[in-house]
Design a protein around this ligand. Structure first.
Ligand SMILES: [Fe+2]
Length: 222
């Protein structure tokens, strides 16, 4: 990547976002939450990126429903945009993981917006990955205030999984079929999608490193 792709400055202004369509708001917000979670559980995470990722989760997750249901809520907009920016800095250094690796081919083949394909994958990939680093996923649940000091790591991760499903439900994330992708066209693309997901390098950052067969199984769950 050349310097031409790297911005010199970014203007981050939530005042510009209330007129974004609700779907765009939801998809970009879940994408940002995914950046924070993946940066935190990534094999390339560091204390520097952890601080940003944890802060980002605490800002984004509790405000997701509000920015979707109340586009004019300025406090929620500000929190999500600040969280999204922190999450972006976190994953620029810690990288992303299996959700993004599997998401890009869905976008390329079926023109599903990036954040939306991440949202479709986030619960299933998290469910698969938790055993790779239960402690880190439990800390995600605590950062989002889903779990407290009396919850075991296992209980905390189960609450995280339930919340990711509930977010998709509340933000009306469609299934691939509801989005208009037929089972036949998905099956036709599956082999190449698998290849591209693995070639992206992102699955190698995942706390549980998937085989091609496991990626295939997660795609089947969608
Ligand atoms: Fe992303």
């Amino acid at each position: 990547m050349g310097n031409g792709f790297v911005p010199v400055a970014a203007l981050v202004d939530y005042e510009l976002t209330p007129t974004a369509p609700p779907r765009t708001t939801a998809d970009t917000a879940i994408d940002s939450l995914t950046h924070a979670i993946e940066a935190y559980v990534s094999r390339k995470a560091s204390p520097f990126t952890d601080a940003q990722a944890i802060q980002a989760m605490g800002l984004i997750a509790p405000n997701l429903r509000c920015v979707f249901d109340q586009p004019e809520n300025r406090d929620a907009r500000e929190a999500v945009m600040l969280g999204a920016t922190l999450a972006g800095i976190a994953f620029s250094n810690a990288s992303v993981a299996l959700v993004h690796g599997m998401s890009r081919p869905i976008g390329a083949f079926f023109h599903v917006p990036h954040g939306l394909s991440n949202a479709m994958l986030l619960p299933a990939v998290t469910g698969y990955s938790i055993v790779g680093n239960e402690r880190r996923y439990s800390e995600c649940a605590r950062a989002i205030a889903l779990a407290g000091a009396t919850d075991s790591d296992h209980q905390a991760t189960q609450k995280l999984l339930l919340e990711l499903d509930a977010i998709n439900n509340d933000l009306r994330v469609p299934t691939l079929a509801e989005f208009g992708v037929s089972k036949a066209s998905f099956d036709d693309a599956l082999e190449l999608m698998l290849e591209q997901a693995l070639a992206s390098g992102s699955p190698a950052n995942n706390p549980r490193t998937p085989s091609a067969d496991e990626i295939w199984q997660i795609y089947q769950q969608l």
